[in-house]
Design a protein around this ligand. Sequence first.
Ligand SMILES: O=C(O)CCC(=O)C(=O)O
Length: 337
Amino acid sequence: MELQEKIHVPIFCGVDRDVFLRDIYPQRRPALLRGVCLGSCLDKWTVEYLGQKGGDKEVKIHVSTVPRMDFLRKNFAYKTLPFNEFVKRASETKHSDFFLCEDESYYLRSLGEDVRKEPADLSKQFPDLAEDFHIPRFFNPDQFFSSVFRISSCGLQLWTHYDVMDNLLAQVTGMKRVVLYSPQDALHLYLSGDKSEVLDIDAPDLKQFPDFVKAKRYECVLEPGDLLFIPALWFHNTLALQFGVGVNVFWRHLPTDSYDKKDPYGNKDPVAATRALQAVERALHILDELPPDYRDFYGRRMIQRIQKRTYCDGLSGSDAREDSDTTLPSSPSTKPG
Ligand SMILES: O=C(O)CCC(=O)C(=O)O
């Protein structure tokens, strides 16, 4: 029996900038783009070549005793290795030199030079390798945010999370399964910040996570040369079916000022969302001044008001936006001018 409704991510061949911007981008849904030119990396990026060109620059990596990384129980350690040594180890299954155990798994998410301030940029950290990778011109250069190496041991699984920027995930070598969930399924994913606490998405504990089955599972398998468009806020979980090298490119989809300026990873909530979430926390503190039955009553009405004003489907719609809302008394400042 299928656990969840499963949907194949649609595959598009021969997509150029015009087709992407006209037919794919506005849908705000994941799309697998096959046959887009990614440059000579597809032929060149063997383990040996990556080691030679990437050299012995130190990289910070995740090392885990088991391939499914667990951010809750922290079953991985952050370690540092020269890039060439890291690539060699990540490509093998048994290691003669290791940190935790001889069959440990490795994962690199490359970082900027000043980790806390600068986003990753392949052309700065790995200029010789960046020459081989062609970033598809599907967005304007001033929207570019980061280009990030994603290199994983065979079997490595990265937890389900969302990012706040639009993303093209390029698979250069190896195969990778990607499972995605819509932002509208956020409440079925048991979030802890930007990550889902459901780590085993193939055999979840349904006693602990009963609503997980309600989330629609979008799935695809990336092959070398594939490009996956992951719209901002779409949750994604990756499983390396083989040792693999990928690069993902984030770009700004909202006006620059919408994003948190201190966010080198591209995963901090937009400033307006952070302010709104803080305002909800303040409102909840105010409700604490009331007895439980009153809190329950006004809490339910607040939820309905928020649903009517914000949901894009179902309950709300343009009528709800313009309504004279009877759920809660509206203050003049909350009405559009
Ligand atoms: O490919 C991976 O390992 C993870 C990709 C990812 O999380 C991303 O592109 O945001």
